[in-house]
Design a protein around this ligand. Sequence first.
Ligand SMILES: Cc1ncc(COP(=O)(O)O)c(C=O)c1O
Length: 372
Amino acid sequence: MDYTEPQFFRVMQYAARADRDVVDMVSGNPDWDPPEGLRDGLRDYAEASADDYQYPPSVGLTPLRDEIAARRGVDRNRVLITNGAGEANHLAMTGGLHHFDGNEILLTDPVYPYYAGRANFIGADISFVPVDEHNRLAPADVRAAASEETAVIVVNSPNNPTGAVYDAEAMAEFAAIAEEYDALLLSDEVYDHFDYAGRFSSALRADSDHVVATNSFSKTMAITGFRVGYVIFPPEDGPTGTLLERARTQHMLTNVTGSRPAQYAVLRALKTTSPDYYAACRRRLERRVDDFCAALAAAGAEYNRPDGGFYVMARFPDFPGSFENVYELIDEAGVAGMPGEAFGESRSDWIRFALVTSRVDEAAQRLANYFG
Ligand SMILES: Cc1ncc(COP(=O)(O)O)c(C=O)c1O
């Protein structure tokens, strides 16, 4: 697979040009409302003083960093607000590659394609570690793949696209491998609120100088357009402390800073949203997972039921997950998924469906009709 060009837009554009109604299950854009506090924050912001329309601190609004730091149990100094998890991942990957010996980034197969695209873009060598038959990354396989060449190991839990969720023990092992091979464990935790099995554990709990955790509010608050994420680096006074300073500089030179109104609104939402909001989002998705998986089973497809996140991968008999077949499904069934081959060799027979549409039942029915 050529990861140099992101493939999502290719499929989305094809679906948009289709001559019929298409259920979009390509993008990871939530279709539900953000927390009410977020809208309140935005409304208030419109009346803010001229001062509040100027640059926020480059590292992000102090009260937002305080709030995140308190929730994640770390010192505020370690928190850097970024333009989504996308930038957070970029800072962590480039930082790890620069700081540690070796030029290799270990990714999983299947992989979230932007990791591979980014690793390519920054000139890293990529090694893919295949997940096991349960779609999980086995720490023993990561250890076997790691070497002195390894600078960064990327783990994503809950996982896009497999739905795997790693517990504290697995995370501690990934962190231990990073320490053993003097590399960085980059733990992307953007789907942490979508953990159906209650198994999720942040890599930060490993309390290691070799762990960087990234996250964002894109999915948690259904605000992919706001671009508010964050990265938590190891303490500045520790052995990997220079990672943080370099990331701050890179962030400042690239962006100057992030968006002040977006950060303000996220802070308001963090302070005012009850756990019920997140629980309701999780329940909604769990219901969709149930319905979609049941319909896939009825359509004779193989599928993997996610423990977390909001993607389901399915395999239909004699219908590989190629771009051609996905285009065929758009034209003939009116359902747009993402070709499995975009996520790696191992999934070239599969198609990924994002359950962020209220039309999940309709899509399932269309697929059942097409394959029935
Ligand atoms: C695993 C993963 N990480 C990061 C991102 C990007 O998140 P953000 O919108 O916060 O940049 C996505 C978006 O789909 C994702 O699936």
